[in-house]
Design a protein around this ligand. Structure first.
Ligand code: ATP
Ligand code: MG
Length: 323
């Protein structure tokens, strides 16, 4: 098996800027996993794990390994379901509104399964070559460089195509042979049929709220995936997440979650999208840095969500009820 380049030259650097990136917690692998059921902590070594060992020499996926456990609070049975899907390498689609925990979940699952995570933020200019790879000229001459999808398939990572529906349909079809029983990728320009590594899994995310008829996945794409529906967590769970992630106390977190619930009721009645868990964490983080709660909520919750003056008044009033 040939070793693909790890650093993407010129054109690939563009892609890196647009979201093809290693996992945020990427560090050399430590090869250890905590015992099931231990409480996760953010940005610290997983309980029971040994200090990180250096990546094996020549580990092309070293940048994509997740050494520290990304904090993830289970909401339902999604951990078990994902593990069952991974066990048979079933492609998985994660659906849900913005800021509800899709990316965090897949980061956590990659860590839990001990697999590297290659993430691609999809956009409408993404070409099949951006995913698969291309020949590039360097000092040694013309050399093939695997794209992120080929890299993950060749070396056995989880490949996460974020907001896949943003990519054009002619780009999306390259994942078809990889996401059915064939598990292979055609590198047409290179004249290679790449058979996916046994550890490889394909995961895509999408926000069903944003779909139009023109921008939707083809049925032939959708039907290759199992789907997990994500949504904002129920009250107690969301309070726990907001408190943990922002550093505010539970009381403050609970107030923020109440405000979130009020705003979510306005979806479809003047608001296009609900107030995400991410936004509540932003507000909490400002409060934790001594910003006055009213100001923090206006800045992190109300102003980003809408420009409509009446709707802002309604949301400001909801904020004043709690702070
Ligand atoms: N169940 C959860 N456990 C831990 N943190 C969570 C959970 N759900 C949401 N979060 C927090 O909310 C933030 C936003 O979540 P995330 O980035 O995963 O959203 P997303 O669904 O991928 O959104 P988008 O569709 O915009 O990419 C995370 O950074 C994390 O702090
Ligand atoms: Mg995301």
């Amino acid at each position: 098996m040939s070793t693909p380049a790890r650093h993407y030259p010129a054109r690939h650097l563009d892609l890196a800027g647009m979201g093809h990136h290693p996992a945020p917690y990427a560090m050399p692998p430590n090869g250890e996993r905590p015992a099931a059921g231990l409480r996760p902590t953010l940005h610290s070594a997983p309980p029971g794990s040994s200090p990180s060992a250096p990546a094996p020499a020549g580990d092309a996926l070293a940048d994509y390994r997740i050494a520290r456990e990304p904090y993830y609070r289970q909401v339902s049975d999604e951990l078990e379901l994902f593990e069952a899907a991974y066990a048979v390498r079933m492609p998985v689609m994660i659906k849900g509104p913005t800021g509800c925990g899709k990316t965090r979940f897949i980061e956590h699952m990659a860590w839990r399964l001990g697999k590297p995570l290659v993430t691609v933020a999809c956009h409408e200019d993404l070409t099949a070559s951006d995913l698969v790879g291309r020949f590039l000229l360097d000092a040694q001459g013309t050399r093939w460089h695997d794209g992120p999808l080929a890299l993950a398939a060749r070396l056995g990572a989880i490949c996460y195509l974020d907001e896949v529906v943003e990519a054009r349909q002619d780009t999306t079809v390259v994942i078809h042979p990889l996401s059915d029983a064939r598990r292979m990728l055609m590198l047409e320009k290179k004249g290679e049929v790449l058979h996916a590594h046994p550890d490889f899994q394909l995961v895509i995310s999408y926000n069903p709220g944003y779909q139009s008829l023109l921008k939707d996945l083809k049925q032939s794409t959708k039907q290759r995936f199992a789907a997990l529906d994500f949504d904002y967590p129920e009250h107690e769970v969301e309070v726990e997440i907001v408190a943990h992630e922002s550093g505010v106390d539970r009381d403050t977190a609970a107030k923020l979650v109440h405000i979130g619930a009020r705003a979510r009721n306005l979806k479809g009645h003047g608001l296009v999208e609900g107030m995400s868990t991410r936004m509540l964490i932003h507000a909490g983080s400002l409060i934790a840095r001594s910003v006055a709660p009213l100001t923090a909520c206006r800045m992190a919750l109300v102003r980003p969500l809408t420009d409509d003056a009446d709707m802002r008044d309604v949301l400001d009033a909801a904020v004043s009820t709690y702070f």
